[in-house]
Each structure stands twice: as structure tokens, then as C-alpha cells.
Design a binder for this molecule. Sequence first.
Ligand code: SAM
Length: 473
Amino acid sequence: MSLTLSPHLLSRLSELVATQTGLHFPPERWTDLERGIVAAAPDFNFSDRESCAQWLLSAPLTRQMNEVLASHLSIGETYFFREKQSLGIFEEHILPMLLQSRRQNERRLRIWSAGCSTGEEAYTLAILLDRLIPDLNDWNITILATDFNPKFLRKAALGIYGEWSFRDAPVWLREHYFTKNGDGSFEIHPRIKKMVTFSYLNFADDIYPSLANNTSAMDVILCRNVLMYFTAQHAKQVADHFHRALVDGGWLIVSLTEASNSLLSSFTPVVFPRAVLYRKMKNTESTSRVSEHQRPPLFAKTEVALPMPPVMQPVPAATDIHVAHADPLPAPQQDEREVLSRMARSCADQGQLSEALAWCEKAIAADKLNPSHYYLSATILQEQGQHDGAIQSLMRALYLDPDFALAHFALGNLHQSQGRYREAQRYFGNVLLLLRKHPPNETLPEADGLTAGRLAEIVTSLLASLPQAAANV
Ligand SMILES: C[S@@+](CC[C@H](N)C(=O)[O-])C[C@H]1O[C@@H](n2cnc3c(N)ncnc32)[C@H](O)[C@@H]1O
């Protein structure tokens, strides 16, 4: 394709795309950039590329516009069991150590396929865990898989693949983990599908790590064949976010071509015979190279058309709920209270859930009327799989602050995850109602940087994705 957009326009577009997505389009990739704009133009109702480009540059991009751009500019190349070197290290070193250290305490593992494309990487991980953990049912496993291309995410959630996705896969894979459909495609077994949660995340958005979108306290993050498409500056920012998203001792796995000690300077490189992996070391600034044998012991404008929200879910009556009221003893000082909740949050960020809960209980005891303590306790309980306890804590938070949008949001998610779509719909509706009181750019309390506008977009798409039946129940 020959370039028809002017260098000036292409340079401005490439800056815009870098800011919005992190993706790097230097002059040698301007043909790809222009091709993307040509493909996106009809989706934006333009018949010519130049007007589309001018329009994109004329106003702030909404998430919806970003999604359209993402679907035309991102490269989704992926397949099952890709890059076996790093998967082998995961299988032979990282996983056994994690299992050993966690078996005695909380049997919990958290893995993130960041930039998951159509899901092959995340399902590969689920299959590995299925094969390697004999008592899998006794473990609380999270496999989060995120991408910013909604088309990829839809295909991933479907779990149906063609031959090409198996181009480098072991022979047993299809036999044991897929069912062949009449049209020749292969569908992943529901048991494996259930192990993975797919969700939207644009790495250029400053909203991770966060308990609110389940991106904190990760043991392992795989972000392979993603950062190589980013500007150095954006790649570094993303890597720093990942650093914060990992527990101490957690691992970042990038592809061999992305391994760069300067880019990943907040991590400690760990050299294996066929790959370099990156590790977050506790309280260390060190970037020194550690070989496999020396390493320390482990682990010990959418003007989005908002749907009319359903009627506000009533918060429970005081008698339905038991929130301890302030007692007559002298109250702890404000500083002390903050320390308790900070300790709870910091343990939760590190995945130390029992400790986090214990701190949370202390914070609640010291500051009984503070809804954010109950919200934090709910996120921890949810992570522990204690859904009823989490719902109770959220109801307590709402009893104290009926306008707590994040608590309504969390309740919507909890009900949705358990198939109670009507309740989910009500709580999501409540969020939209409450968000009307906030300017879109306002950061919400307890939301780790999430703005009101962004949350409205997320909730709107969640509402749209609820099964139709919910509306009619
Ligand atoms: C080449 S695929 C890699 C898939 C998989 N990790 C693998 O190695 O097989 C790159 C993925 O990164 C995603 N991606 C690119 N930029 C992103 C961003 N700013 N936020 C989230 N995902 C992004 C793309 O949509 C694409 O699915």
C-alpha cells in the first residue's frame, strides 16, 4: 500500500496512538499505521482516510474509539504452547516452587496473561495447571487474561479454535482438552474454560494494579510478544506497573526478544539456560544478574449511550444488617486507624490474604463506621472464594454509605459471577445512577485511579453483556 497521508499527519497520528495505547509506529511502520486507519475509517463512518485521521486528531479518544483503533492496529499472532522455553521454566521451576511454598498455607495461585490476544496463552496455562496439580480442586486459582482488543476477547471467551492455533502444540492437546465440532473447529473443554477470566484492559490506562480489577498480588505475569510493539517509554511504564502488580518474589515472563535489563530495570533478571526471566525481589533495588543456581530461595467521548439504569436497588434496612456501632471507649487516633487499613491493603497487595483480613478486622474494630474497611474486607473475602462473606461485607459498606459506587459495582460482579443476572443488573444500574453525580474525570474513592467516566463505560459494557434473560426475569 502506498502512503497518501502526509508525513505530518502520520507523525501526529503515531503520537496519538502511542499515548492512547503504547503502540509504537515509527516512520518505518507508517504503512501499517495508515493501513489501520484505512481499515478503521468505515467503522467511524468515514469513506476517506484523510478525514478520518483529521477527526481522530481533533478530539479526545473515548474507550469505544480506542477499541475500534485497537482492533485495527494490534497484532494478535498467538498459538497454543508458544515459546516452550519459558513455559518449560514455568512448569519445571516456578510452579513447583510456588506449590511447595503455598501448600502448607493458603493454597492460592494468581497468574495473569497480559495481552492475551485470542486466549491460547491463558488456556495453555490452565491446561498446564490441570496436568501438574493433582489436587487442583483444593486450590484457589486465578488465571486472569486481559487485552484491549474486544474482538480478540470475544473469540477467547468462546474457546473455539482452528487448526492454525495448534501449529506447535503437543499431540495430546487436542485429544485431551478439546472436542471437535462438526465444522472441523476445536472447542476447549468447559472445565478448562472456567479456569480463565477474560477482561478488557488497556495498558495505557493508569488503573492497574488494583484490587478493583483483580490485577494485584500476582504470582506470575506472562506478557509475551506485547512490549516489543511499544515505545520504549510506554514499555517501561507498563513494566513498572507489572512490578507493582506482583507479590514479592513474583515473576514476569516476557518473550526472549523482549528481555532487556534496562527496560525491566525494576526487576532482577534470572538467567536460565534457554531464557531470562524477571523477578521482583523483596526490598531490593538490585538489578544484578542472578543465575538459576544462585537465586535466593523461593517464595518462602464514548459519548457512550448509557442504557437507562434499572431502579435503584434499595440498600438493606438497618435491622437486616449488623454493623457494630461505635463503642464508648476512647477512639484510636486517626493515624493509627490509617496504619491498620494500610497494613491490610499492603498484605492484600502481596497476596497475604489471612493477614490482610486480620488487619482489616482490626481496622474495622478501630473505625467501625468506615465503609471502606468493609469494602476492602469484601475484596479479600472474594479473593478467598468466600462469596457470601464478601456480599455481607459489601452490604455493610452500603449500609454505611449507600452511595458507594464501587461497592455496588463489586456486588454486581459477584452476583454476575454466580449467575444471578437480575441482581447483577440492579447493582450495575445503581452504579450508573450514582456516577451521574460525578464528573467523568473524577477519580473514585477506593478505585485506584479509576475515573467515573471509565467505570461508566465498563459497567455499560457489562450490562450489555448480561444474558438477555436477565432483563426479562
Ligand atoms: C502478539 S499478541 C501476543 C499474544 C500472547 N501474549 C502470545 O505471546 O502469544 C499481542 C497482544 O497484545 C495486545 N495489546 C497490544 N497493545 C495493548 C494495550 N495497550 N493494552 C492491552 N493489550 C494490548 C494486542 O491486542 C494483542 O492481542
